[in-house]
Ligand binder design. Structure first.
Ligand code: HEC
Ligand code: HEC
Ligand code: HEC
Ligand code: HEC
Length: 428
């Protein structure tokens, strides 16, 4: 449910004649949607319209700075395709493609058709792909035309003094010049500040999830990063100056994509399509698997029951024992990126493959914490298992379990399924 405060925050802006907004995102890195493992997660392509649509279409320019996915696995390629479709549904004007985006898109044969849906620029536009380095769009502010130019620039391959060629020379027409850098360091920004004073904004590659202004928020150029994983949308509000001839006024703001923002139906559906493709392509079965050391194998939680009945019953009643059905409820039970922490041994040869083939390995079971049980069972308990305490953090990461850090004891208390060493009936 949306709290009143947030409704106000992204309230629709009344149409004005003296401003427009440039929205910037980037570095999705495959994050279509937060996993939902714990509360308060930011992001989700399906919630992005709540931020973007607060500004009327003719008063906004929506730009993505690229880096859609993290690698080139089959799942990354599926995500790439989904992200392209999402940017289309989100009404993006422009995407600045990274070197990796171009290579992946080309291998997928995806780049040819894209131009019809949004514009592309890149500092890596090869002659054969013919992707331009800049894009322009006109806005009207107080009846005067403002020419907005967005250019992609790679400071490693091109000297900074060539930036000028990317932007139209000042002709008396007010202009907004945005430079998207593929690499940046303080020296590069300094030399842009010194040699390219017509640049209003420099968008730098992100090293952290949150967007950040680099240096003076009132300085020119205004330098900032857009963050990662779609957790925020950056908004640059451009307002006409009080008097003709003065520079445009710029105000930067990062909008968190909070979990109580309303979701857009078409993007919710797109995520459903993604889950269906992941299922149809059978990614779970194709997941790479390694052999366990010393010929050990997973045997499943039930195999412990005959000798550890008490522990088994207790475990059955805690959250771990329903971790797989939790995924089924959100239709992610075929997604290896989710299943890996919600079953036993996805990364290993004798581990989980699918509910049909390895139904005995669903849920977070005994062997997630105690290690594979084959040898222990063969020797009727004579072989020691691994020390379990250190395993919690493998899954209870800050991202997946926001409350875990600082509450380790309370979490441990909740999963207590062992008896005191001297209790009657203890196998020990
Ligand atoms: C055939 C009976 C049997 C089965 C099946 C069995 N255990 Fe045990 N287990 C024992 C016995 C006996 C001990 C006590 C050994 C000792 O203290 O020397 C033991 C001890 C343990 C201990 C405490 C000591 C240690 O090694 O860390 C854990 C934990 C444990 N078992 C977990 C499991 C798990 C997990 C499974 C299923 C994969 C399992 N056991 C299956 C008989 C069994
Ligand atoms: C293999 C991954 C994995 C490991 C290892 C793991 N957990 Fe979990 N844990 C989960 C998952 C997944 C859930 C969510 C289950 C559900 O609700 O469907 C969970 C849920 C819990 C919960 C319930 C949280 C709540 O708010 O109700 C507690 C408590 C917990 N884990 C404690 C621990 C402790 C303590 C350890 C280490 C001894 C541990 N877990 C190790 C994956 C893991
Ligand atoms: C790194 C391990 C890990 C991965 C990967 C993971 N989960 Fe979880 N998941 C957990 C843990 C741990 C919990 C329990 C968190 C807690 O209660 O603090 C959990 C809990 C959940 C819950 C229950 C939340 C609740 O309110 O009870 C859902 C739903 C869930 N995960 C879905 C997913 C989905 C969907 C994905 C993939 C997009 C995923 N998980 C990937 C570890 C993981
Ligand atoms: C989330 C991780 C986790 C899961 C799942 C889990 N355990 Fe444990 N188990 C622990 C921890 C932690 C301890 C406490 C170890 C300690 O205090 O040294 C423990 C203790 C035990 C002990 C007592 C060990 C001793 O030395 O006295 C037994 C036996 C045991 N577990 C068996 C099981 C069985 C059987 C299952 C599945 C039905 C299971 N556990 C599931 C983490 C887990």
């Amino acid at each position: 449910m949306r709290s009143p405060k947030k409704t106000a925050e992204y309230e629709k802006e009344p149409p004005t004649d003296d401003s427009f907004t440039v929205f910037l995102t980037g570095n999705e890195l495959g994050a279509l949607k937060p996993c939902g493992c714990s509360g308060g997660q930011l992001g989700g392509l399906d919630r992005r319209p709540a931020v973007l649509n607060a500004v009327p279409e003719d008063k906004r320019l929506i730009i993505d700075t690229g880096s859609f996915v993290n690698g080139d696995s089959e799942q990354d390629l599926i995500k790439y395709h989904i992200i392209i479709q999402a940017l289309q549904l989100l009404d993006y004007d422009l995407v600045s493609l990274s070197e990796q985006d171009i290579e992946t898109g080309r291998n997928l044969g995806l780049l040819e058709g894209i131009e019809s849906t949004f514009n592309m620029i890149s500092s890596y536009g090869t002659s054969e792909m013919n992707i331009p380095a800049k894009f322009t769009k006109e806005f009207s502010l107080k009846g005067r035309t403002v020419l907005s130019t967005v250019a992609a620039f790679d400071p490693e391959s091109t000297p900074v003094d060539q930036i000028e060629e990317l932007f139209a020379l000042p002709s008396g027409m007010p202009s907004l010049n945005i430079l998207i850098l593929s690499k940046s360091d303080p020296e590069t920004i300094k030399s842009i500040t010194n040699t390219a004073q017509f640049v209003d904004c420099v968008v730098c590659p992100s090293e952290s999830d949150e967007p950040a202004v680099i240096g003076n928020p009132n300085g020119r150029p205004l330098a900032f990063t857009v963050g990662r994983f779609g957790r925020y949308v950056c908004g640059l509000k451009v307002t006409a100056p009080p008097r003709v001839g003065q520079p445009l006024r710029l105000a930067f703001k990062a909008f968190p994509v909070e979990e109580d923002l309303p979701k857009d139906e078409s993007l919710v559906k797109l995520y459903g399509d993604y889950q269906q493709i992941v299922k149809d392509r059978n990614l779970l079965e194709k997941h790479p698997r390694f052999a366990l050391p010393n010929g050990l194998e997973y045997t499943g939680s039930k195999s412990c029951k005959p000798c550890h009945g008490y522990e088994y019953e207790t475990w059955s009643n805690n959250a771990h024992a329903k971790a797989f059905s939790t995924l089924e409820q959100v239709n992610s039970q075929f997604d290896p990126e989710c299943v890996v922490c919600h079953v036993i041994g996805l990364d290993y040869e004798s581990g989980f493959i699918s509910q049909q083939k390895t139904g005995h390995l669903i849920n977070v079971g005994c062997e997630n914490c105690h290690g594979s049980g084959s040898e222990h069972i063969l020797t009727a308990g004579a072989t020691e298992l691994t020390e379990p305490k250190s395993t919690c953090l493998d899954c209870h990461t800050p991202e997946q379990s926001g409350d875990y850090a600082g509450n380790e004891d309370a979490f441990m208390e909740k999963i207590k399924h062992w008896r005191e060493p001297n209790a009657a009936g203890n196998v020990k």
